[in-house]
Design a protein around this ligand. Structure first.
Ligand SMILES: [Zn+2]
Length: 193
């Protein structure tokens, strides 16, 4: 009996072929859009039932505070009393939000249609894949990031998740994960990241 059976040999050859394909393309930078950071507005009283500002100044707020410390959105909020109904700091939302973007190195494949093109698309039932979809392949360590992302920019194009990412392994090692995204018409003009 041979030491390495045919099935394993085939899998290995397939994986190596794919690896060579990936390396020949080179990784690109994909920007993941992660859920916003949020803090309760220090300037007004929060209504947790309505999940918005009560429209009442927080009289306990006396000294400036720094929000989103250590991020690009770090800023100082100064107490700003107000009489009219809308808080000038959070504009009535009761919370302050900061967008979170994370750049990662990835391999991406737009609308791969032929199953032979890449073995990673074998999970997609024929005819089920939408147009304008992209598969993003990244290091398995970044699985959580990919899982949490609500959108992404691939080649500068705005895309949203089509299905949850999965992890793929080679010889029992978790090596990479795959995420599926689709381009969203009319949203790709928003390249603010
Ligand atoms: Zn406020």
């Amino acid at each position: 009996m041979p030491l390495v059976n045919t099935k394993i040999k085939k899998q290995y050859t397939k994986a190596i072929k794919q690896l060579i394909k990936d390396f020949s393309r080179g990784p690109q930078t994909v920007v993941l859009v992660l859920p916003d950071l949020e803090v309760t507005c220090p300037n007004c009283l929060y209504n947790s039932l309505d999940k918005s500002s009560t429209g009442v100044f927080n009289t306990n707020f006396a000294a400036p505070v720094v929000v989103f410390t250590g991020t690009v959105n770090q800023r100082t909020i100064n107490p700003t009393s107000f009489n009219r109904s809308r808080c000038p700091v959070c504009y009535g939302k009761g919370k302050l939000f900061a967008p979170v973007r994370q750049s990662i190195q990835a391999y991406s494949y737009w609308s791969p249609n032929a199953p032979s093109e890449d073995s990673d698309f074998r999970d997609i039932p024929a005819g089920r894949a939408p147009n304008n979809f992209v598969v993003v392949k990244i290091n398995a360590e970044n699985y959580r990031l990919l899982y949490k992302s609500t959108a992404a920019y691939v080649n500068g194009i705005y895309v949203e998740p089509w299905r949850p990412p999965i992890i793929r392994g080679l010889a029992g090692e978790k090596t990479l994960c795959l995420g599926w995204f689709t381009a969203v018409q009319g949203k790709d003009i928003n390249t603010k990241y």
